[in-house]
Design a protein around this ligand. Structure first.
Ligand SMILES: Cc1cc2nc3c(=O)[nH]c(=O)nc-3n(C[C@H](O)[C@H](O)[C@H](O)COP(=O)(O)OP(=O)(O)OC[C@H]3O[C@@H](n4cnc5c(N)ncnc54)[C@H](O)[C@@H]3O)c2cc1C
Ligand SMILES: NC(=O)C1=CN([C@@H]2O[C@H](COP(=O)(O)OP(=O)(O)OC[C@H]3O[C@@H](n4cnc5c(N)ncnc54)[C@H](O)[C@@H]3O)[C@@H](O)[C@H]2O)C=CC1
Length: 445
């Protein structure tokens, strides 16, 4: 029986394992994970910390037991420390120090990512937290019960930082959000969209400190953090969250597999690495980005799931080519919903596209409908090829599904001119006859 070994059983790994177990009963599946849990939805962490949900119970959708009931052999709390790619052997060590060796016919690496560690004095002080794992969130929640924790400084105003800033505010903490960049969410939105989010955060009492470089953290005699020092200011801090991005966890691939510029494991559209019997999925690997028509690194659970499915079929001998991604993403903070896909205008210009954008703001539904809010849509396109490169939408309405049409447009290289006359239904309960999709696109010269 052919044996497929999976290292890492979070979102990517779980998707691959389930795909194999469901579709290929003639394959043996062996799994290693160094953690004690499987499938934690990090996206629920802010909801849990901010008490918008009561517990973490619903934040898992799989477990060792579920995978084993479906036929896998699962080693939890067992870290793989070496792979002999030549002899196809994987070496793990369990929590009791026992060494476990398993051979494989095909190997799927799903070792994910690690939060970036800033090399600054004071980073080892107590109450300086990373937020990636279930255990991290549990630790933060327990510490927040201490009423002495009043001032929380969040470093990094990307997706994690902004979501957690809201969560800490909901716990009635004084929250300062610091970023090296001149705004929150610089990786995802253009300036006027970022301004909407910054205004929203400010209006909810979050102290925004942008264009500041973190220099060091200071502590008291008990080694607990007390201050955050930047190149411009200093802030009182009883807890500091470091959320300045992820790096791929590709240590096991070094010295054997080809890596991308940020050390992600380089894969082709079948998730195959430079070793034909080894696949890499999710945050530890690269992904093809249709917006730039090149390989890229985009750490998202959605990509982990899709690449897991692709790798599983290919590892089992059924060819399935991935179709690439657009990096579609979304955020919802104090009722302001923002979604984006593909390239922002700023990034498109930086990458050398002949970029242009059209933008339109209008009520979601006709004026006679109550409970109705403005929606702002920006579509970014290339003036020469006319190809749609990206889109951003912001509103207090739930506009989340709207972004998917732009994701598909980028994937299928639809031009802005074709988009102008896209068939969009109208019903006053949902939208307007002169839809902002159409109105924005018609503005393209
Ligand atoms: C707070 C937060 C919120 C997020 N919100 C969203 C969101 O809303 N939407 C979204 O799309 N994405 C979100 N993400 C990103 C998303 O969680 C990641 O992209 C996703 O977890 C990647 O899945 P993965 O399986 O590739 O890697 P990981 O989740 O990093 O899992 C890797 C697994 O490999 C195991 N492992 C690693 N090394 C070894 C080893 N040597 N031996 C054995 N096991 C090993 C680890 O224990 C882990 O279980 C969020 C992330 C965080 C932290
Ligand atoms: N809603 C969603 O889809 C979510 C997705 N995620 C994903 O998880 C991954 C990790 O998220 P984040 O850590 O928030 O990364 P991020 O890339 O979203 O944001 C990192 C932020 O840190 C800032 N930064 C970098 N170095 C810094 C420094 N030295 N000092 C101060 N600021 C610095 C950057 O300017 C950036 O704003 C991302 O890929 C993200 O897309 C995370 C949370 C939610």
């Amino acid at each position: 029986m052919e044996k497929i070994l999976v290292i890492g059983a979070n979102h990517g790994g779980t998707a691959a394992i389930n795909t194999i177990l469901t579709n290929y009963p003639n394959k043996k599946v062996v799994v290693f994970d160094k953690n004690s849990n499987i499938s934690f939805l990090g996206c629920g962490m802010a909801l849990w910390i901010g008490k918008q949900i009561d517990s973490a119970e619903g934040l898992f959708y799989s477990s060792k037991e579920k995978l084993e009931n479906n036929g896998a052999k699962v080693y939890m709390e067992t870290e793989v420390f070496h792979i002999d790619y030549i002899n196809k052997l994987v070496y793990g060590r369990d929590k009791n120090g026992n060494e476990i060796i398993e051979d494989y016919d095909k190997l799927i690496l799903s070792t994910g990512s690690l939060p970036i560690e800033l090399n600054i004095p004071g980073k080892e002080l107590e109450n300086v937290q990373f937020v990636k794992l279930y255990q991290h969130a549990e630790d933060v929640i327990k510490k927040l019960e201490n009423k002495k924790i009043k001032n929380v400084v969040v470093v990094g105003a990307g997706y994690i930082g902004v979501e957690l800033a809201e969560a800490f505010k909901r716990c009635e903490k004084n929250v300062t959000l610091v970023d090296l960049a001149s705004s929150s969410l610089t990786g995802y939105y253009d300036e006027n969209f970022r301004d909407l989010m910054n205004e929203n955060l400010k209006n909810h009492g979050i102290n925004l400190r942008f264009s500041e470089k973190l220099l060091k953290l200071e502590g008291n005699e008990n080694n607990q953090v007390t201050k955050v020092i930047t190149d411009k200011n200093e802030y009182d801090a009883d807890m500091v969250i470091l959320a300045v991005g992820f790096i791929p966890n590709s240590k096991l691939a070094q010295d054997h597999l080809k890596l991308f510029k940020n050390n992600a494991i380089l894969v082709n559209s079948y998730q195959q690495t430079s070793d034909k019997d080894v696949y890499a999925i999710g945050d530890c690997g690269t992904i093809y980005d249709n917006a730039i028509e090149e390989v890229n690194y985009i750490a998202l659970a959605t990509n982990a799931v899709r690449t897991g499915i692709v790798a599983a079929h290919n590892a089992c001998g059924i060819e399935l080519e991935g179709i690439g991604v657009q990096g579609s993403n979304g955020i919802s903070i104090f009722g302001l919903n923002m979604v984006s896909t593909g390239l922002t205008y700023e990034r498109a210009l930086k990458l050398g596209f002949n970029a242009e954008y059209v933008e339109h703001t209008d009520l979601q539904k006709p004026g006679f409908i109550k409970n109705n809010n403005d929606v702002t849509l920006r579509i970014v396109y290339d003036k020469i090829s006319r190809r749609i490169l990206g889109a951003q939408i912001a509103s207090k309405e739930d506009i989340s599904m709207g972004i998917h049409v732009f994701s598909l447009a980028i994937q299928e290289k639809v031009t802005i001119d074709k988009f102008k006359l896209l068939d969009i239904f109208f019903l006053p309960h949902f939208n307007q006859p002169y839809n902002y999709f159409t109105m924005a696109a018609l503005g393209a010269k």
